[in-house]
Design a protein around this ligand. Structure first.
Ligand code: GLA
Length: 714
């Protein structure tokens, strides 16, 4: 059984393949987290919940205990999960156990999800109930938690903070937090910091997820490595304002609390209504950061990605952005499409500039009609041409935005967020539409539904090129105005969800000026991410390394673009650019009109090679062997699902100081199996490849290799 309730001990045990998570009640009915880590053999191994653990009037019981879902009130001073204003302006709550339900106990053998819910209620106002819901992803050693705040009373209450949950770590002092930071053109950079008493807050207050921090964390005891050591890790399934708080008490207790950011948040919860938080998913491994990533990757491929595209391999994309910028038109796009098809591209995407009066970033957003000067016959002839060339057609949109210079804004200035009397602050000459408004939601859904219904479009790149400002919704009752932070995100989920239901074969790509909306929340609705506008193949190694901590390679779109790169002027060989981009979902984004016949031939060869290996890249297991931050050699390995194919991508920054041949040690192979290696005659055993390593003759600056290995069947 994966979920057990032991009534004598008042203990719930949630077990995955290798880990367990225990919850228990103390004598006063408070719910505690009792344990999280390596699976323990006996029920007696788990402690009892103890509320009498304080040691002074300043460090008192409930403030001390690892409560599972503390509401602010009483002597709780740490980050609360719930802060609510109850009837009578009571600004505190106190939760005790009411009931529980094991919805799906399971056998613990399959890839099913097992479910438990525990309902708490307020001790003093019977109207407040909190239902804590647990999903146990047995096979992947992950547990997801979310909460539903239910108003069973007859008066509205105000929620000021509703977190998804807390993960309490075992007592310890040397915890280290690994997190992802970034900026435009420099997303998902790995940072590691030792935690001391106090809080480290990772968050977005900007509307979407943001490139500056990503809703993922990993904590280790100070000495974990890529493939060894204890790591507790997690991620939020949410694309709006979020926060993850790592809070260390003076008593060696570490809590990681996460959910919707409570900054400027308030939610009016009407009688008989409920508020559901996003899921906070987390896991434990004693096999290092690499294993943690692989658990998350497998889980998202099985449980998060939209079902229709989940098992399909991603196609090779061509995207016109860096080739033509806003200067798109029928003839030029047709010419590019011909070249793209000749290299083996399978999906041709027209980026920004095809609609409204969109000749630059100063006008047109919001006017989703085809620009007649650029496409006098509409999109159909181009789509037909692309289809005739054997490719799917895709298109770029930025539905949440409006340029003040647009028909939409002239007609509906109140559709953007605004505070009365305050001019809207523009960024990239645009304002954010208020997606809390039903009429704005309908407008967006309808234009996209029309676009998809009237054209043979298989792919949408959904962009968002600025963050919120003046987040006002003056038309709504005052008590509801701060709900926009959540309503905006829910509206996107709703719109894309409905579109996906109707247009089942359309693949969606989540983009926000690059990797500004990369999270597990949007991944329930969109199939892949644009990780960065930085397409420099060397910079991408670090961006992709950080991205891969939490997100699987299938969702990581990488284009091969022109050299020198527009972001940093770096010149790289075409092979290096391809190798870097082949580590995720491959695309091409250069101006193919300027590529020489030799370059087109190289592209053709590389794309055809990618098609042979993409099953392993997109569906296999990823091992980060050598980090681009650690030395001059970067190495990433993939093993196919059936363990038969092994790929090794190698990148050398620059040869220095007479370094000779290089040896790279592989991971995750079968000791006694023999592997053929495409770069040498002699096969080697898995053990030799892992413990002795593979020798590579690689010299020069910005050199790269792809080594393919195959297990030899006996
Ligand atoms: C953002 C995206 C780019 C491109 C432009 C178009 O910056 O990240 O890929 O689509 O917008 O304006």
């Amino acid at each position: 059984m994966s979920i057990k309730y032991l009534p004598q001990k008042k203990l719930w045990l949630l077990e995955t393949k290798n880990t367990s998570y225990a919850l228990g009640l103390d004598e006063q009915g408070n719910l505690h987290q009792l344990y999280w880590g390596q699976k323990l053999p006996y029920a007696e191994d788990y402690p009892l919940a103890d509320i009498n653990c304080g040691q002074s009037s300043f460090d008192f019981r409930e403030g001390f205990a690892p409560l599972e879902y503390p509401a602010w009130g009483g002597l709780i001073y740490s980050e609360p999960c719930l802060k609510a204003v109850l009837p009578g302006d009571v600004r505190a709550a106190s939760l005790e156990y009411l009931t529980h339900e094991i919805e799906q106990a399971g056998t613990g053998k399959s890839q099913e999800v097992f479910r438990l819910s525990i309902t708490l209620k307020d001790r003093y106002w019977a109207g407040l109930q909190v239902r804590l819901c647990y999903n146990v992803y047995y096979e992947f050693d992950l547990i997801g938690k979310h909460a539903e705040i239910i108003n069973k009373g007859d008066k509205a209450i105000t929620l000021e903070s509703v977190q998804s949950g807390i993960w309490n770590l075992p007592e310890g002092d040397n915890y280290r937090l690994t997190h992802l930071t970034g900026k435009w053109a420099g997303e998902t950079q790995i940072r590691r910091t030792v935690l001391t008493e106090g809080k480290k807050v990772l968050e977005s207050r900007r509307g979407p997820t943001s490139p500056h921090a990503n809703p993922w964390f990993a904590v280790d005891s100070g000495n974990a490595q890529e493939e060894a050591g204890e790591v507790w890790f997690g991620a939020l399934r949410w694309s709006g304002n979020w926060k993850i708080v790592a809070e260390q008490s003076p008593f060696s207790a570490l809590k990681v609390t996460g959910g919707i950011n409570d900054f400027d948040f308030a939610w009016e919860l009407e009688a008989n209504d409920a508020f559901k938080t996003p899921e906070f998913i987390a896991g434990y491994t004693d096999r290092g950061f690499g294993a943690a990533s692989r658990q998350l990757h497998k889980y998202q491929k099985k449980h998060v990605l939209p079902a229709d595209g989940r098992d399909k391999l991603r196609k090779v994309i061509y995207n016109s952005w860096e080739a033509t910028y806003f200067n798109v038109n029928e003839a030029d796009q047709m010419a590019l499409a011909e070249k793209a098809a000749a290299t083996g591209v399978e999906l041709f995407v027209v980026d920004d500039g095809w609609f409204g009066q969109r000749n630059g970033d100063n006008a047109g957003l919001g006017d989703w009609y085809v620009n007649a000067a650029k496409f006098p016959n509409g999109l159909k002839p181009l789509i037909q041409k692309v289809n005739d060339l054997g490719m799917d057609f895709g298109i770029w949109v930025e539905p949440e935005m409006v340029n003040p210079d647009s028909d939409l804004y002239r007609e509906h200035p109140d559709w953007a967020y605004y505070f009365p009397g305050v001019p809207g602050t523009q960024a990239r000459n645009q304002l954010v539409l208020n997606l809390a408004k039903k009429e704005v939601q309908s407008y967006i859904y309808n234009f996209l539904d029309d676009l998809l219904s009237n054209n043979n479009i298989s792919f949408i790149k959904w962009d968002m090129n600025r963050h919120f400002s003046e987040p006002g919704w003056p038309e709504a009752p005052v008590k509801k105005q701060r709900e926009i932070w959540v309503r905006h995100t829910l509206a996107i989920y709703d719109i894309v969800g409905k579109l996906k239901k109707k247009h089942t074969n359309v693949i969606f790509e989540s983009c926000s000026g690059g990797g500004g909306r990369v999270d597990l929340g949007i991944l329930q609705y969109m199939d892949q991410f644009w990780p960065s506008d930085n397409t420099d193949a060397f910079d991408r190694l670090k961006i992709q390394e950080g991205f891969s901590q939490a997100y699987c390679p299938k969702t990581m779109v990488c284009w091969v673009t022109d050299s020198p790169n527009y972001v940093n002027g770096r010149k790289l060989s075409l092979a290096y650019r391809f190798h870097s981009a082949m580590m995720g979902t491959l695309g091409v984004g250069g101006n193919l009109n300027h590529w020489t016949p030799e370059e087109i031939q190289t592209a053709k060869d590389m794309i055809s090679q990618y098609k042979e290996i993409r099953g392993t890249v997109q569906e296999g297991s990823l091992y980060r062997l050598l980090s681009p931050s650690a030395g001059d050699l970067t190495a990433v390995q993939y093993i196919s699902e059936d363990a038969a194919e092994v790929l090794l991508f190698i990148f050398l920054h620059s040869s220095q100081l007479g370094t000779g041949k290089r040896t790279v040690r592989l991971r995750g192979l079968e000791d006694r199996a023999l592997y053929s290696i495409d770069s040498q005659e002699q096969p080697l055993s898995g053990a030799a490849l892992m413990y002795r390593g593979i020798e590579l003759d690689i010299k020069g600056d910005f050199e790269s290799r792809l080594v393919r290995m195959h297990k030899i069947e006996k």
